[in-house]
Write a protein that binds this ligand. Structure first.
Ligand code: ATP
Length: 186
């Protein structure tokens, strides 16, 4: 079984954008671990594809029953990865890719038996991150500021050397090439 790949990086750094390209180019090789969340679906998001959308009581029950590899609270919502969602991908013979935030990375690193590879996607700058998040049209002024504050902490964590590789997503095609180089280097 190939090692799961943990993709992290500030919200808006472009993780979904490059991951989408990878899954489109290699649909048989990689699978996305579908996260569970209590946040409301955004327009166009499909339950079970982009996220498993669950209620707060249901999420809390799953925590209690130890169904999560990692979970975190962010911007007032719960986000988590179930062991079942990782197993579903690996048992189908694919390399599992997880898209999780800093708290999730830190939680998974504490699990001795979860042998993963860590990749961080950084924006060229906090200013460009602000522009992308604004351009995506998904944020209120408050949630934008929360995400930018979280981004600063995530960048500092990445600079401490917590990941196997950092990709700066300036030009998407270049970032995607770097992603492939990392992923196929093993
Ligand atoms: N290299 C790039 N240059 C310009 N815009 C980009 C680039 N990469 C991504 N974007 C745009 O930036 C926005 C944020 O990207 P995306 O949604 O992929 O981020 P994310 O890291 O997956 O965020 P989240 O963690 O919130 O899901 C999107 O509107 C996307 O089209």
């Amino acid at each position: 079984m190939s090692r799961p790949i943990i993709l992290s990086g500030p919200s808006g750094s472009g993780k979904s954008t490059i991951l989408k390209k990878l899954l489109e180019e290699f649909p048989d090789k990689f699978g996305f671990s579908v996260s569970s969340t209590t946040r409301k679906p955004r327009a166009g998001e499909v339950p079970g594809v982009h996220y498993n959308f669950v209620t707060v009581p249901e999420f809390q029950r799953m925590i209690k029953d130890e169904e999560f590899v990692e979970w975190a609270q962010f911007s007032g919502n719960y986000y988590g990865t179930t062991l079942a969602s990782v197993k579903e991908v690996t048992e189908s013979g694919k390399t599992c890719i997880l898209d999780i935030d800093m708290q999730g990375v830190q939680a998974i690193k504490k699990k001795a038996n979860f042998n993963a590879r860590y990749l961080f996607v950084a924006p060229p700058s906090i200013e460009s991150l602000r522009e992308r998040l604004t351009g995506r049209g998904s944020e209120t002024p408050e949630s934008l500021q929360k995400r930018l504050d979280a981004a600063t902490a995530e960048m500092a964590y990445a600079e401490s050397g917590a990941h196997d590789q950092i990709i700066v997503n300036d030009v998407v095609e270049d970032a995607y090439k770097q992603l492939k180089a990392f992923i196929f280097s093993e």
